[in-house]
Design a protein around this ligand. Structure first.
Ligand code: UDX
Length: 444
């Protein structure tokens, strides 16, 4: 019997590395071998965390082509550098791996994430099959595939991707209406849009497009392309450590001390930066709640070092603030009442699997359409609205938290959707069947 050997190649940011790592763990549990590529920059930064990830997955590192001091939040720059630097090095790496064990453990498949589409084309030329793991919603993926149609109908400008005029459109049947200004690339700049166009074209070399979603959640997007393989929420059930950042687990003891369904959990994922004024308003809003709160405040880096200044008058005595936590465990803790989120896709799936209602404040990209799913389609949460100064005020935070926690319909729908979503990863569930189909393909 062939044991598939995957070379996993994520785009080197946490929002891609973590889902691919978690899916790699699922594949290991099903007898597959995994070699996981990271950049040398991340290898240095995440050395301790990688050491704690165990030995089932083999990590290998290659340079990203940038200088240590280069800005790695500049996505177009990173995408271009990886595309120019990696192919010859990847070629040598695969040759070395294949030669290392008398060809008994040749790389048989490439598994990549968004922005690394070139690697599928590269693998295709070497005769290695490939698949994509999309680290966001199927709808956001579908929106990138709709770009030629949107250009054809003059809804967006072909050079910038920006809307020719503000209007509401529906990208897919059963998906929410969206404002063209909220198309996922509009907040990311022209260069990103042009890279995405190129990347999307390369994805045709991927046999499967795996997505952490389910048919109930996104029927419109999944029905459109047979290559889509929903595997949500398989990665949620895995309890082994599967994150590249150190987690502060003291919050679990603190949660144990809180009454059931009392704590407001606040987290904005790995990328969003909360501006200083909004940070202050949020702090004061949490103080106003007659409830405990658990707030993830990522440590500042140079570019946002002044943002995390707590305002005068902030007490915070009812809350706990951590730098980064074990989010899946937090959401599933009986003390959690609701989730104030930036609407990143992974956070949404994790919240759905815990049956927790959401309060939504999207920052950029796909997060606006994700919010529409929560508020308008699934109806398991409400949006936090900005005032005339562009801020979500402390009063709005208190009002909406009370609204959500007092709404029994939202709570009932959250529990129902949790059950439907989790059914997919049961043994006879659709995602379990899809996983088996994927592994059979990899063995073939
Ligand atoms: C990015 C994009 O920003 C988002 O728009 C897209 O939908 C997915 O890729 P990110 O912003 O990091 O992701 O958000 P999200 O998708 O929610 O992922 C955050 C991950 O970090 C989750 O898996 C969450 O469990 C984890 N997390 C968050 C922790 O492990 N600990 C924390 O304290 C906070």
């Amino acid at each position: 019997m062939i044991h598939p050997h995957f070379l996993v190649i994520p785009y080197p940011i946490l929002g891609h590395m973590n889902p691919l790592l978690q899916f790699s763990q699922v594949l290991v549990n099903h007898g597959c071998k995994i070699t996981f590529l990271i950049t040398e920059f991340n290898q240095t930064r995440m050395k301790n965390e990688i050491e704690h990830l165990g030995t089932q997955i083999k990590f290998v590192a290659l340079p990203d082509g940038l200088d240590p001091e280069d800005d790695r939040t500049d996505q177009p720059k990173v995408i271009l550098s990886l595309r120019n630097t990696l192919p010859p090095k990847l070629h040598n790496l695969i040759q070395d791996i294949n030669a290392s064990d008398g060809h008994h453990s040749n790389i048989t498949c490439l598994l990549i994430s968004k922005n690394m589409g070139w690697a599928l084309e590269f693998g295709h030329k070497l005769g290695i099959k490939g698949a994509l793991m999309w680290p966001a919603s199927a709808t956001s993926f579908a929106s990138f595939h709709s770009i030629p149609t949107l250009i054809h109908h003059r809804i967006i400008d072909p050079q910038t991707g920006l809307p020719t005029r503000k209007q509401e459109i529906q990208l897919l049947p059963n998906s929410p209406m969206m404002d063209t200004e909220n198309l996922p690339w509009c907040s990311l700049g022209k260069n990103f849009f042009l890279h995405m166009l190129e990347d999307t074209e390369s994805l045709k070399f991927g046999e499967w497009w795996l997505c952490n979603t389910t048919c109930e959640l996104e029927p419109g997007a999944l029905g459109k392309w047979p290559r889509f393989l929903p595997i949500g929420p398989l990665m949620m059930s895995d309890t082994t450590k599967s994150s590249f950042w150190r987690e502060d687990t003291t919050c679990l003891d603190w949660l144990d001390q809180q009454p059931p369904q009392s704590v407001v959990y606040v987290s904005f994922g790995s990328l969003a930066i909360v501006e200083a004024n909004q940070f202050k308003e949020l702090a004061l809003g949490l103080d106003l709640l007659n409830k405990p709160f658990l707030w993830v405040v990522r440590p500042s880096n140079d570019s946002n070092k002044d943002n995390n200044a707590y305002p005068d008058g902030f007490i915070g005595s009812k809350g706990k603030i951590i730098g980064w936590g074990p989010q899946k465990k937090i959401l599933n803790h009986p003390a959690i009442a609701c989730f104030i989120t930036h609407c990143g896709w992974n956070s949404i799936i994790e919240g759905l699997c815990a049956g927790i209602p959401f309060l939504c404040c999207p920052f950029f990209s796909d997060q606006f359409i994700n919010k529409s799913y929560i508020c308008d389609v699934w109806k398991v949460g409400v949006g936090l609205d900005k005032d005339e100064n562009g801020l979500i005020s402390k009063g709005e935070i208190r009002k909406k938290v009370e609204q959500v926690l007092g709404n029994e319909d939202i709570k009932a729908r959250s529990l129902k959707l949790m059950e439907l979503t989790l059914n997919n990863s049961a043994q006879a569930g659709q995602s379990s069947k899809n996983l088996q189909k994927f592994i059979n393909w990899a063995k073939d």
